[in-house]
Design a protein around this ligand. Structure first.
Ligand code: NAP
Length: 286
């Protein structure tokens, strides 16, 4: 099976590296081509153009910034979906909304290509350690031919039955992630204002059952006031926008998510887009 990987950002780099380290032969493409160099060293074929990258692939895996990047790369007038082989498969690991995944599936079907949404849980360290979880928008049978390949990059593949439902679950998870980060930040702010030692709060709160466990991975960032990028803040903002838009299209409002989204918008406007999303704490306390 000829496999192509498109999108070599923070996550794509690590995921493609793990495929190569497992002996999977791979063609790769990235808009900023210099990011492909480390993969060339590991044995990847680096395609000169996206169209050439997918032309004879049986499977194309994409890991792009979000809906507009996937649209530009695959679905637009100049997009590469039309260059893909009939009967090939496109697995999109990008975090996008479920409606967008369903329209990708429809467009793929028109080109004779099978589509599976497969967004991931886990950040840069989990991608590097190949312990991601894939939320796939198909059945266990539908993902079976690709499961061993996904397990070279992760440790769990969870089928959600139909196209778009992997993305639906990812939207729920990331809304919680963004909200929980802000809630943790506010707890630190309140505790500090009440004269409790900040270091004590950072060490103790993540161990309590009331706190989201992932916060333990972000306490060093807060303590050192440095935010090395694992999950870019701009993508957290994108995910909060996707969640709130999806819900408001049903005429309803997610009050907490809307508030948290506005806070991330402020942080992005303050120049923190490419910092880790935990930099929301630095923004909220500045
Ligand atoms: P990233 O480092 O920002 O990389 C984004 C990728 O998308 C790069 O390859 C970038 O190409 C490409 N891209 C952006 N706009 C494009 C366009 N218009 N046309 C073509 N390519 C375009 O992001 P990441 O952290 O790897 O995340 C990738 C996806 O995974 C996102 O959907 C994110 O929400 C999701 N995700 C991230 C994490 C995490 O912790 N980082 C965890 C789970 C899921 P260039 O290199 O040329 O800019």
């Amino acid at each position: 099976m000829k496999i192509t990987f498109i999108g070599l950002g923070i996550m794509g780099q690590a995921m493609a590296t793990n495929l190569l380290k497992n002996g999977t032969s791979l063609t790769v493409y990235n808009r900023s081509i210099e990011k492909a160099e480390s993969l060339r060293i590991l044995g990847a074929t680096v395609a000169e153009s996206a169209a050439k990258a997918v032309a004879d692939a049986d499977l194309v895996i994409s890991m792009l910034a979000g809906p507009s990047a996937v649209d530009q790369m695959f679905l637009s007038e100049s997009g590469i979906l039309k260059h893909m082989k009939p009967h090939s498969t496109w697995i999109d690991c990008s975090t996008v909304d479920s409606e967008f995944s369903r329209s990708s599936a429809t467009a793929a079907q028109k080109s004779g290509v099978s589509f599976i949404d497969a967004p991931v849980a886990g950040s840069k360290p989990q991608a590097e350690a190949a312990v991601l979880s894939f939320f796939v928008g198909t059945t266990a049978e539908g993902i079976a031919p690709f499961e061993s390949l996904l397990l070279q990059m992760g440790q769990k593949v969870i089928p959600f039955g139909t196209a778009g439902q992997g993305s639906s679950f990812k939207m729920v998870v990331n809304m919680l992630l963004g909200q929980s980060m802000v809630i943790f930040s506010e707890a630190i702010q309140l505790g500090t204002a009440l004269n409790i030692d900040t270091e004590f709060l950072l060490k103790t709160l993540p161990k309590l059952p009331v706190t989201a466990p992932f916060t333990a991975l972000k306490t060093d960032n807060i303590s050192n006031n440095t935010y090395p990028t694992h999950f870019p803040l701009e993508h957290m903002l994108k995910d909060l926008r996707l969640a709130t838009q999806a819900y408001s299209s049903a005429g309803k409002r997610l009050a907490v998510a809307e508030t948290v989204k506005a806070q991330f918008e402020g942080a992005a406007e303050a120049g923190r887009s490419r910092q880790d999303f935990s930099a929301i704490h630095a923004y909220l306390t500045s």
